[in-house]
Design a protein around this ligand. Structure first.
Ligand SMILES: [Zn+2]
Length: 170
């Protein structure tokens, strides 16, 4: 949202969070999978853990279908946030054992070096710097999409007025 990839909508925050849980619906030990055990058992049996639900290819297909059915603007809203949430989950699973990123075309797992174990010290050592970097980039860094200058200029003008009002009233 800060980088203007997604439009700032509260619903998108919710669907983004849901999307980040969605791929692990293929294991009944996950937060989402434990609530839909019949579905998660079926997915685990049919495709295995980190199979079809962890496919980057399926995300691209879903994005193309949404683009075709609802138009490109839908990818900037809650649907886009859902896909982005799922994409971040898949990206975060890549160093901890990897995923079948090209499922259903290929069942081989793509895994990033260094191999770290889920919940282990290696994951924390990898995760904390990435989160700090993302936090810094989200608040101060320039996004991959050029920012619109008009809203920020408007904000600074507003802030200026507020500060002036406060100083005069006291
Ligand atoms: Zn996962």
């Amino acid at each position: 949202m800060r980088w203007h990839v997604l439009s700032p909508e509260p619903l998108s925050v919710c669907t983004g969070l849901l999307g980040s849980l969605l791929p692990d619906v293929d294991t009944e030990r996950s937060m989402l999978g434990s609530r839909v055990k019949i579905l998660s058992r079926f997915l685990a049996k049919a495709f295995g853990h980190r199979g079809l639900t962890h496919s980057g290819l399926m995300l691209l297909v879903a994005a193309a279908v949404l683009n075709g059915l609802l138009g490109s603007e839908s990818l900037r809203g809650p649907w886009g946030a859902l896909l982005l949430g799922a994409a971040t989950h898949i990206a975060a699973d890549l160093p901890t054992g990897g995923c079948q990123v090209f499922a259903p075309l290929s069942r081989s797992r793509l895994s990033l070096w260094p191999y770290v174990r889920t919940g282990g010290i290696g994951e924390i050592m990898l995760l904390v710097p990435i989160l700090c970097l993302l936090g810094w980039a989200g608040f101060f860094g320039n996004g991959p999409v050029p920012a619109h200058h008009l809203p920020s200029a408007h904000h600074s003008r507003l802030r200026g007025h507020v500060l002036k009002d406060i100083s005069f009233s006291s």
